[in-house]
Design a protein around this ligand. Sequence first.
Ligand code: G4P
Length: 524
Amino acid sequence: MNKELLDKVNKRRTFAIISHPDAGKTTITEQMLLLGGVIRSAGTVKARKTGNYATSDWMEIEKKRGISVTSSVMQFEYEGKRINILDTPGHQDFSEDTYRTLMAVDAAVMVIDSARGIEPQTKKLFKVVRQRGIPVFTFMNKLDRDGREPLDLVAELEDVLGIEGVAMNWPIGMGQTMKGLYDIANHRIELYHPADADHRFLPLNEAGRLDPDQPLADDPQYLDTMDEIELLEGAGTEFNREAVLAGKQTPVFFGSALTNFGVETFLQSFVDLAPAPAAHVVNETETLAPDDDEFSGFIFKIQANMNPQHRDRIAFVRVCSGEFSKGLDVTLARTGKPVRLNNAVEFESSARVQVSEAVAGDIVGLYDTGNFQIGDSIYAGKHKVEFAPLPEFTPELFMRVSPKNVMKQKSFHKGMNQLVQEGAVQLYRNYQTEDYILGAVGQLQFEVFQYRMKNEYNSDVEMTSLGHRVARWIDPDQLDPKMSSSRNLLVKDRFGNPLFLFENAFAERWFHDKYPDVKLTEKL
Ligand code: G4P
């Protein structure tokens, strides 16, 4: 055990924020960056989101659409801890990148709009988080507006997501009537409109109540809250750190990101309760401790052309053990080839700076000339380290694709192969005609693909939408090509495995009725 390294690792908190678009992810991220002192005024992150960001060099398409195409990394110091927030695009057109980012974090923060409750995209992202078994911290946002009953919101976590919610604080009023938060975890009341900064918190007595001479002590909202607190206590859901760390229970915090209410309390609790980087699974049976002396990490994302002038390509590495230093010699596990990591950057808010120090939990950006692929493991030292492969996510949208100019087949194939390898889109071939079919989890992946084919490989592509499809794999022994029709198109994946692309769930049911003995499988 390396004590000095372990101390550094234990200071890391690496997480992603998951939410449905408009729940307030950007706003809360911004408040956290303000608390961390990396930005000085609100609106900075927002400006990036709306494409109005002076120092940005994001992809052209990102600027045009005013959205974040690919996830980025923000890091800052807070209360002696080094925080790494991995951003996941909040737009409806999210992509596999969003999912893969969740492979590189140790915890997730789930932001829910308290007027809307759990929305579809939150559900999708939660499913991935759940599979990883990492802790989830819930922030019920927009308390400054009238929303749903807090008890309902917490119950919904269990009913819809199947995770037990345990309240860490409870609203006193809501919208116009909001007075503050009853802070169960810290045994105090946090006022929404304190007389001044020194009077933000009111202490509770032994019985967990305000003394009668305290402000708010006979406020109707406060009295209602006390009734609800009694109900909560009666319900018997108790905070259990083990259950939180195992992803079985989620601590629930209420607040309002926009008015910066409850965010600081949330961040403090999060930093305290969220886990430091833990051991990573390697070689499917062994694990590797984060304070192992030798450096190791895996690539979870590759972003090309972040700066169009330089045609650069950055591979994002999640460090899993050891310490990164400039010029480090590592081995690329997939090829066994040595690579010297000369040009590496880390991400301070908007700027990229040369890496000073990176240990387990940190994210390093490597300038790449085409060596790396998504899912690659790199390691220093003699002992081979290969992390468990990143999961592939079943696409939901499909496109038929061909080169516009048949004379330019070569650049079409080159671009196609490289972008597929990078994991930008999934490639399928029609079982009979060998036509190319692309699959993605979000529409935007196609747009980025088309744009990059033109700009990086000089290949104009023709795309015809096949729309939403339900992908289901079939055992090749059970396959009869006659089973294919336009409503259940037979294709093969890039490993040659056959699957059907069903037009909808109805078409799938029809298939099951017609071929009751045929077993179909969903990957994720
Ligand atoms: P996202 O990244 O999850 O997509 O959400 P974002 O933070 O951009 O917030 C979506 C909208 O919700 C924004 O309003 C934002 O100001 C608002 N919002 C976020 N947190 C709160 C909150 O605690 N209370 C209230 N009342 N609103 C909140 P917008 O009108 O879309 O943008 P803008 O006019 O503020 O720029």
